[in-house]
Design a protein around this ligand. Structure first.
Ligand code: KIV
Ligand code: ZN
Length: 520
């Protein structure tokens, strides 16, 4: 990387477009933590939320703004004066605030607010000017740009530039474009729109056809200088462009994509794990850059080659993305200092009280499992110190299973501090356990997803279980890990219920009241 290379601004929208993904809702504290990690990693702009959507979003954006160090903090607002004012109220606390306002410009999107082309043009002029009167740094997006008539797109972009926007974002809202077309669109806009050379063009791609990374990089080659992306590609439907992919692509193939970013790539792995953990969206094993298998070389030929020369099969080093080299597992004789050091290596900074709690849980695990690997500790960290775990707690669980059904679960569970007991049967041990939880805490939430993964190899491996539950449009995920799959399942289920209870208590604040798609 040389300083003469053009800089590509990294705009992270994990906390807005990513968090909007059904089921990925994060708590206030989790949002703050992720924003801190993004800032530390060198993300130029953090889109922290959509302040008009709910009190919860507003508070998170305000708080992130107050705590920001280097990153610009951006809030999203529809093309409405009230939205823009609310957004400004939240981001104005940041050292470097930005307002991002948008409207859907394609024929399908224009039909929603039922505006003519001229009326929409006028709305763009008014709202961008209004935002610019509040904030020096304004970004404007024509939503569904890739399906907007080119002439009309040029017209609206020109209006936004004249009204004071300094960044023009071109979203491929439905993941419809392809690399050549993505490049062509940016190139033609830069060529044809008066004033285009005075602003930064951004690319914002969704991954519906699996082309988000390629489309973003193609746009950069054509002149875009801001990529909008999320950690792990989190986002609605098939997600957004993955930050780690575009950043590493420009780093590893700097010979053909000579652009620099300000990202400290050694922090990628840690932030990926945190986002997976707080969003409840596990990273697929073969995901580029941050997947569990991305640096694993299992086949004999690969291992032989790797031992002789790592470059045989590796185009980047695990350390470049923050993956510690092979490290020794901990065991039941490992002390608190060793645990702290290992957790720090894995990117977890713990206070003394947190360490105390994790150490107890680590000892319990080490008693059951001879070797505690990095992945075991990561799984352990996912389920510790979750304040949402307070209302319901599994006290004890005994499950009877075997070839003769039905299976039976004897459960003692504390509900707000009072212990209750039940025995329930079910179609399999997990079903019996969930029935027992439901008997002690009746609820109408539907189980949408139930996933089990082995953390490491061997029959004593821990299982991580993720569940997603839905109740009256509120979605909550829960996770847990244990060497006993049924226990992990019970704890994950209870974790999700606890989160739903917290959301119930906060209804009207935590729940999104307005979607960014309500454009009128
Ligand atoms: O995908 C999209 O169009 C968006 C806009 C709000 C920028 O996320
Ligand atoms: Zn989007």
């Amino acid at each position: 990387m040389t300083s003469s290379q053009d800089k590509v601004v990294i705009f992270d929208t994990t906390l807005r477009d990513g968090e909007q993904s059904p089921g990925a809702t994060m708590t206030h504290d989790e949002k703050l933590e992720i924003a801190g990690l993004l800032d530390e990693m060198g993300v130029d702009i953090i889109e922290a939320g959509f302040p008009i959507a709910s009190e919860g979003d507003f508070n998170a954006v305000s708080e992130i703004s107050k705590n920001s160090v280097n990153s610009v903090i951006c809030g999203l607002a529809r093309a409405q004066i009230g939205d823009i004012d609310r957004c400004w109220e939240a981001v104005k606390h940041a050292a470097k605030p930005r307002i991002h306002t948008f409207i859907g410009t394609s024929p399908l999107h224009r039909a929603i607010p039922n505006l003519t082309k001229d009326e929409m043009a006028e709305r763009i002029e008014q709202t961008v000017s209004h935002a610019r009167n509040l904030c020096d740094n304004v970004q404007w997006s024509p939503m569904d740009a890739t399906r907007t008539e080119f002439d009309y797109l040029c017209r609206t972009v020109e209006i936004a530039i004249k009204a004071g926007a300094s960044t023009i974002n071109i979203p491929d809202t439905v993941g419809y474009t392809a690399p050549r077309e993505s490049a062509e669109l940016i190139r033609r806009l830069i060529e044809m729109v008066p004033g285009a050379d005075e602003v930064i063009f951004a690319t914002h791609c969704h991954n519906d056809l699996g082309m988000a990374t390629a489309n973003s990089l193609a746009a950069v080659e054509a002149g875009a200088r801001q990529i909008e992306c999320t950690i792990n590609g989190l986002g609605e439907r098939a997600g957004n462009t993955a930050l780690e992919e575009v950043v590493m692509a420009m780093k590893v193939r700097n010979d053909i994509m000579p652009f620099q970013t300000g990202i400290d790539t050694t922090k990628l792995m840690n932030i990926s794990r945190r986002v997976a953990s707080v969003s409840g969206f596990a990273v697929q094993f073969n995901k580029a850059i941050v997947g569990k298998n991305a640096f694993a070389h299992e086949s004999g030929i690969h291992q032989d080659g790797m031992l002789k020369n790592a470059e045989t099969f590796e185009i980047m080093r695990p350390e470049d993305v923050g993956l510690a080299g092979t490290s020794l597992p901990l065991g039941k004789h490992s002390g608190r200092a060793a645990l702290r050091a290992k957790l720090e290596d894995l990117g977890f900074e713990l206070g003394d009280n947190q360490l105390k709690d994790v150490f107890v849980r680590f000892k319990e695990l080490a008693d059951r499992k001879k070797e505690v690997f990095d992945d075991d500790l990561i799984a352990l960290m996912r389920t510790s110190s979750d304040p949402a775990n307070d209302h319901l707690k599994i006290v004890s669980l005994r499950v009877q299973c075997g070839t003769e059904g039905p299976q039976k679960a004897d459960l003692v569970m504390s509900v707000d501090g009072i212990e209750h007991t039940t025995s329930q049967t079910g179609d399999g041990p997990v079903d019996a356990t969930f029935n027992a939880v439901k008997a002690l805490f009746p609820h109408g939430a539907k189980l949408q997803v139930y996933q089990v993964q082995a953390v490491t190899e061997g029959t004593d491996a821990q299982a991580t279980v993720s569940v997603r539950m839905e109740e009256d449009d509120r979605i909550a995920t829960g996770q847990s890990a244990d060497t006993d799959t049924v226990v992990a399942s019970a704890k994950a289920y209870v974790n999700a219920l606890n989160r739903l209870i917290v959301r119930r208590e906060k209804t009207g604040t935590d729940k999104a009241e307005i979607s960014y798609k309500d454009v009128t």
